[in-house]
Design a protein around this ligand. Structure first.
Ligand code: C2E
Ligand code: CA
Ligand code: CA
Length: 562
């Protein structure tokens, strides 16, 4: 390191007796003022004194005067050095005890500004350290540690006041944050979080403690003394919040939305410490995410039982293929204008030895989570194609079979080759089948999914987008997928005659699909009235209990013949 004019200081520092800064200054001051003075005095006395006695007398007086002068100079210097010494001591105290320096700030020379600047710098530094340790840089909200601290403080205050109040703790997650980042970029993901926080802050107001407790996770609780969101209306409150912030947010002229799920725990029933309460609201949040269809979940011990059940099911499911407990049913579809039975959807079933037939809505998500959906999906596809091969060999009328592909299957880079091999093995043509994918399956790894779908499309395999309107519904990627069919989700069809919103959404989906040159299938048609309505709207195909429930291959043969 360059000494930048510190050579002399550095030289003096090597002298053991001059440890302190003041001793160095004083030595210099002493030598600088007294050596010339004493030399002068000696010279004067030796050259002018007539006798030794007078010389010694003069020398003695001069020496006493010099000593007094020295003492006074050193004392004054010592006092003048006080700002430096004080600053050094307070800095040291900040380093060891985090005590903010309390130095005078009104002097305006160099020593004064040393003290004033030290105070300002340390204060700012301390604020920064505090901020970095307690706040989240992206959202500006308190972080997890500070959230727990504030919750602790509130609980402590309640216990002091001996209040018997109960209040909820919410944990909320934007479950599509990862997908938003992979679709729109990391920066847009960050901006989305900020926009979400801002919206939430507006809804919650100042009487709520809000913090960023995870990547896409925000937690909050109402301050007990103020807006008393009591335990019994917490779900209602959460529902309102969930609805409001699920709607798309404008992030640099892009409309971005994510599914929002909320977990709730309640003080004091779910715990009396901040750790327990946050942990439980987060557990409830995972419950909401796992269950798939609930957006809001309150922590309850009942859930633990269900988790146990789920674990057991998972173990059984691993053996389901080898134990031949899986089978397929087919649900026919008709062409709306002609009434012809032209296609059918293959739907997976599990015949559990203990529980009987289990719905795919229960076991498909378990299989997806534990990773064996790939194997199961391949089994479904092979079985469906085998059935179709046998169907053709028997000389049955032509039928197109659609098979559902799970998101996880689209992560396998060899999936398209495997599909082609199965088609060839059963001597089928690509026109005989259709693959159904959902919007969510595209979101996780958009690029590779698009490559796979592009390949399948180039071989002539038709693709249908299932459950359209329920998920992400981003128009930007709709045009990127080589689709042939759009399936209007059954939740809209079910309410098409009774709910103006469902009708409006169905109309929009049909118009959108038509403008992109797609065929439209309506799912879940249960009544003649619904059929008439979707016919009027211009849907091409219909599927639902009105025509048939999912049935076996043999029943399907009979169904198409009548
Ligand atoms: P999905 O692909 O939307 O399948 C349509 C579901 O709606 C089927 O339920 C069908 O039985 C039901 N459905 C059809 N018409 C009506 C109707 O008129 N009214 C009512 N209320 N429901 C109707 P299912 O068979 O329980 O399948 C549920 C979901 O499980 C499927 O939804 C699909 O997402 C998944 N799934 C089924 N089989 C497979 C499969 O082989 N692989 C994958 N990955 N997922 C599958
Ligand atoms: Ca489907
Ligand atoms: Ca569907």
């Amino acid at each position: 390191m360059s000494l930048n004019g510190l050579n002399f200081y550095s030289y003096l520092s090597r002298i053991r007796l001059l440890k302190t800064y003041s001793s160095k200054i004083m030595l210099v001051a002493f030598l600088g003022t007294h050596v010339p003075l004493i030399t002068l005095l000696l010279f004067f006395v030796i050259s002018t004194a007539q006798d030794l006695q007078t010389a010694l007398k003069i020398l003695g007086i001069a020496l006493v005067a010099t000593l007094i002068g020295t003492f006074a100079t050193l004392l004054a210097l010592h006092k003048l050095l006080a700002p430096v010494v004080l600053t050094s001591k307070s800095l040291n105290r900040y380093l060891t005890e985090r005590e903010i320096p309390n130095l005078p700030v009104s002097f305006d020379d160099e020593a004064g500004s040393l003290m004033a600047d030290t105070v300002t710098t340390v204060r700012k530094l301390d604020e920064l350290i505090h901020y970095m340790a307690n706040y989240d840089g992206l959202s500006g909200l308190p972080n997890r540690d500070l959230f727990l601290e504030k919750l602790n403080f509130t609980l402590h205050e309640l216990s002091i006041k001996e209040e018997t109040l109960s209040f909820p703790i919410f944990s909320l997650e934007a479950t599509h944050l990862k997908q938003i980042r992979s679709n729109f970029g990391i920066h847009m993901g960050d901006l989305y979080v900020r926009a979400l926080v801002q919206k939430l802050e507006n809804i919650l107001g100042p009487e709520t403690v809000l913090a960023r407790t995870g990547d896409g996770e925000l937690s909050f609780f109402p301050l007990s003394s103020s807006s008393q969101v009591l335990e019994f209306d917490s779900e209602h409150w959460a529902e309102k919040i969930q609805k409001t912030i699920s709607s798309p947010l404008t992030v640099i002229d892009q409309q971005i939305s994510s599914e929002i799920q909320i977990g709730i725990s309640v003080f004091p029933y779910d715990g009396k410490s901040s750790d327990q309460l946050l942990w439980k609201s987060e557990t409830a949040l995972s419950q909401a995410k796992l269950s798939g269809n609930s957006k809001i979940q309150t922590y309850s011990s009942e859930w633990k039982e269900r988790m146990k059940e789920k674990y057991l099911l998972e173990k059984d499911l691993k053996l389901a293929i080898s134990k031949k407990q899986l089978f397929l049913q087919y649900q026919p579809r008709i062409e709306v204008q002609s009434g012809k039975k032209i296609s059918a959807e293959a739907l997976l079933r599990w015949n559990h030895p203990e529980y009987g037939i289990i719905s795919p809505t229960i076991f498909v998500p378990i299989a997806e989570e534990s990773g064996f959906i790939a194997e199961m999906g391949e089994w479904v596809f092979s079985k469906a194609m085998e059935d179709l091969g046998a169907w053709k060999k028997k000389g049955n009328p032509p039928i197109r079979i659609s098979v559902n592909l799970s998101a996880k299957q689209l992560e396998d880079p060899n999936i398209s080759k495997k599909i082609l091999q199965v088609i060839e093995k059963n001597q089928l043509s690509v026109e005989d089948l259709e693959l159904e994918i959902t919007e969510s399956s595209l979101i996780t790894n958009m690029q590779s999914a698009l490559e796979i779908l592009g390949e399948l499309h180039s071989w002539g395999i038709s693709l249908a987008l299932d459950d359209f309107g329920t998920g992400y519904s981003s128009l930007s990627y709709l045009s990127k997928i080589p689709l042939k069919t759009l399936k209007v989700d059954q939740s809209f069809v079910r309410k098409i005659l009774t709910d103006p919103n469902s009708l409006a959404i169905s109309k929009t989906i049909v118009a959108l699909g038509k403008s992109l040159g797609l065929r439209i299938t309506a799912e879940g048609v249960e009544t003649e009235g619904q059929l008439q309505k979707i016919k009027d709207l211009g849907c091409d195909e219909a599927q639902g209990f009105l025509f048939s429930r999912p049935i076996s291959l043999e029943e399907l043969e009979k169904f198409v013949q009548v």
